[in-house]
Design a protein around this ligand. Structure first.
Ligand code: ARG
Length: 401
């Protein structure tokens, strides 16, 4: 019996060519595994294409709820934006896929797992580090890193082997999409100065003009409702993305530092991700105690970096998760978003467990703040500086003294 390999299959050009190539060059039986993380593809057609390309088996797994509840929810809690901007769309989906690849490899008695990534990107890192974290005994194959074919060669190879693909030799965008957003790379936008053409965008085309307010409800850091309607997270992300996107809001255009050292021009549209992280961050401003809030921001960037780097299952990531999860206990309440063409901003927040105390904050009647306490507090707060100033004096910049 031929050796079995589980291939992460997307239905696109590279992974379809990989099915054939692994059979021809490695004499392996390929089990194609397609994981639905909300990319909106036709999975019946993907299943058919895998078999037509020569897979001995084609498996489709619906992991949309899993992706939302176990991967996106922690990312919202962490306000996760790589380099302050990218909500980790592709990075969050890879560990979901990895988990299923490993499970399918065990179920089918496969000794290796293959992916279609090239050597230039982050996704190879995420797949391989992820697989090694969960199943160090599995071999990893990356045919696209060794076959030495250009995109055009792949199109020719597919044609020669009658592999059904939609790709053409024309330079088009490389798209990776899931329920958290859409990444658009390659083609004419490889030049960081070129403006992305309007047709590059699909989730953020403006179709609405009239201003609108929507209220997002959170429980312990997790978005649970829109305008009071409770729903599961996958559904909520879909709904909020559609409405925010219809105002033409949610695009990111950046030069990003890949793990492998390349700077890359990236274009994203992530209306749901950016709106929900903004709302969540705002609710934290109302519900987190000051020291906790400040300390949390110190680890948020590191969390995003770990996930970007494919370290989803690492011990540091797990330890940070424990901290973040504890911090979310009281992040419950509502945030109102105001939408208009090209605009999405917070216009209000409230929480039954909020720390905002009107009596303490007000300058009007009903003031409960102890003004007399401030004199002593401020004096002691500045004591070390006033002691230093009295002993050593201070040269005031620009005063010539
Ligand atoms: N630069 C983004 C990331 O590393 C997007 C990657 C998109 N992946 C793809 N295979 N087109 O997460």
């Amino acid at each position: 019996m031929a050796e079995r390999v589980v291939l992460a299959y997307s239905g696109g050009l590279d992974t379809s060519v990989a099915v054939k190539w692994l059979g021809e060059n490695m004499e392996m039986d390929v089990i194609a595994v397609a994981v639905d993380v909300g990319q909106g593809d036709d999975f019946d057609s993907i299943r058919r294409r895998a078999l037509a390309a020569g897979a001995v088996e084609s498996v489709v797994i619906d992991a949309r709820s899993e992706m939302a509840d176990e991967y996106v929810a922690p990312a919202i809690a962490a306000n996760a934006l790589y380099e302050g901007r990218y909500p980790l769309v592709s990075a969050l989906s890879r560990p979901v896929i990895v988990r299923h690849l490993v499970a399918e490899a065990r179920r089918h008695g496969a000794g290796s797992v293959a992916h279609g990534c090239t050597g230039k990107g982050n996704d190879q890192v995420r797949f391989e580090v992820g697989i090694r974290s969960l199943a160090p005994e599995l071999d990893i194959l990356a045919p696209a890193r060794v076959w030495g074919m250009t995109r055009e060669d792949c199109v020719d190879y597919a044609a020669k082997h009658s592999i059904e693909v939609e790709a053409t030799k024309e330079k088009v965008f490389s798209i990776d999409e899931n329920l958290w957003g859409r990444a658009i790379e390659c083609g004419e936008i490889e030049d960081p100065w070129s403006s992305p053409p309007p047709e590059a965008y699909t989730l953020t085309r403006q179709s609405r003009n009239e201003p609108l307010e929507v209220v997002i409800g959170f429980e312990s850091g997790v978005p649970v409702s829109i305008d009071g309607r409770q729903m599961n997270l996958a559904q909520l992300i879909g709904e909020i993305g559609a409405v925010v996107g219809s105002y033409g809001w949610g695009r990111i255009d950046m030069v990003e530092n890949r793990r492998v050292g390349i700077k890359s021009r990236e274009t994203y549209e992530c209306p749901a991700a950016l709106a929900l992280i903004m709302a969540h961050q705002d609710l934290e401003s109302l519900t987190l105690e000051r020291d906790l809030a400040h300390f949390k921001t110190l680890i948020e960037g590191r969390w995003a970096e770990l996930v970007y780097d494919g370290m989803w299952f690492s011990p540091l990531k797990q330890a940070l998760d424990a901290f973040i999860s504890t911090s979310q206990a009281h992040v419950s309440g509502e945030v109102r978003l105001a939408l208009a063409p090209g605009v999405c901003q917070v216009s209000g927040r409230r929480s039954p467990v909020g720390l905002y105390d009107h009596g303490l904050a007000t300058y009007d009647e009903g003031d409960t703040f102890s003004h007399a306490d401030s004199a002593g507090f401020v004096s002691l707060f500045g004591l070390s500086v006033s002691t230093w100033a009295a002993r050593q004096g201070i040269a005031v910049p620009g005063s010539g003294q």
